[in-house]
Design a protein around this ligand. Sequence first.
Ligand SMILES: [Zn+2]
Length: 339
Amino acid sequence: MRPMSASASHFALYDPFARMQFGLPNCFLCGAPLDPAVDTIPVFADWLLERYQLAERPIQMLDQSTSTFAETRIPCCPTCRTQHVEPLEAQVAAHTAASPEGLRELDSQTLFLWLGKMFYGIFVNELEREKAPLIKPRYPLSENRALFTRFRSFFQVLQALRVPMRYDDFTPGSMFLLNVATGPDDPAFAYDDDLATMVFSIRLGNVAVVSCLLDNAILLDVMRRVYDDARPRPLHPVQLAEFKARVYYGAYLLNAVPEYFPRPVQPGDEELVMDTFLDDITGVVFNPWQNSGYVQALEDLWRPWNIGIADILRNPAEPLSYLYDAEGQPRTLTQFPEA
Ligand SMILES: [Zn+2]
């Protein structure tokens, strides 16, 4: 049901960055004060915890402490929980009940908000940990102004979870949906994230979503060919890792932070319209690609397969690829190591 008449306050955006207020006792989404004893929600929704039996599985935090999926929570007021978060989660749960392929049926804003809620939840949990860190970080998140600038921008478009909002002619992030041929030893659920580059990826069964949540879909644009080549076939996990390395490194090179501006609300408006502006005053959207940096990202992501620098740089000019062969044609990889 729509409100009889929308007022400007109905569309007011909440800015937790104004007072740097992220944890209890304020709702993460609207800022309303709440009861810390009851008003929290899991960052990874209950249906995920149940479906993939994650509740007691450990999560490693940046300060090297360990939490569990069930303990990783954010404050959320009853209104936001019942009106906004639970309906979104119920929608994603329903679409993926028969198969994770259902993720492909979600419209891009829904998928963005679903990923964004988890990613922002991880950010808030890391910040809270930093208040009493197990190991004092050398570069605390809370002192990282560039990071806060990015998350502040990101949070504005994430408010579409609560405020009826339309992104005018842009998508805030790049989201790549890929099929993965997982083996019997691969867990049914996996995720990884990098707060600094706004990269988040999650895999439900054989469907992976790799995303950069604050790039106005620039990476999607520049990686179009790689994505088109990777999309039609199931990737071997080692190929998915290479795809991720390209996203992680591409996001790292991104030199422009999108800014968002709500249009003034007119009487009768049913949604807030957001415009965007890409702050690339230096004129360079991407810093130059350097194989040394990319190789580091590859090495990190290929660690589970013991592919080291020596293997990656056998040909120093052309880092090892499992997505493409020497002629630049897409490769099909059914097993690793290859027979
Ligand atoms: Zn709220």
